[in-house]
Design a protein. Structure first.
Length: 156
């Protein structure tokens, strides 16, 4: 997990507090992507980062807060020598059995009309993020994952 008190060898790249309404979430994603742009990420790394973060935040909005627009969300991005650690905290509903869902593997070899409508979020987070961890502590959900980059970002 991200230690809010100190990450001695690491650099906090960004620390945001925002609400779960669409405008606040959009602003947070925009500020996050601006911070990552300063790291000179490749286009692929930029897209991967945005996809994973948006999916994780969307899960908080949809599931933890059940579309309630006033839920507080905290985002911390910490740069280390080899990657970026992303931490998200919310005070919403805990995950079932206080465990993240196991990623589902969908059969995509079917007609478009038969494709599942949802259920890809955790696959995206687990496939593109590494070292995914979740815990419920003191009435808060904590999700942490690492993003590794092909470009100079982490060492920057």
């Amino acid at each position: 997990m991200i230690n809010r008190q100190h990450d001695i060898d690491d650099e906090t790249l960004l620390h945001l507090h925002f609400a779960s309404d669409p405008e606040s979430v959009g602003g947070a994603v925009e500020r996050t992507m601006t911070a990552f742009a300063a790291l000179q990420l490749s286009d692929d790394d930029q897209s991967t980062t945005e996809l994973v973060l948006v999916e994780a935040i969307n899960n908080i909005v949809e599931h933890a807060y059940q579309e309630r627009p006033d839920g507080p969300i905290e985002l911390i991005l910490v740069r280390s020598h080899s990657h970026i650690r992303c931490g998200l905290t919310d005070k919403g509903i805990p995950m079932p059995e206080e465990q993240p869902p196991t990623p589902k593997h969908h059969n995509l070899d079917c007609a478009i009309a038969d494709l599942p409508e949802g259920g890809f979020g955790w696959n995206i987070i687990h496939e593109l993020g590494k070292n995914v961890q979740y815990c419920r502590q003191n009435g808060e959900n904590h999700l942490v994952f690492d993003l590794y980059f092909s470009g100079p970002a982490a060492g920057g």
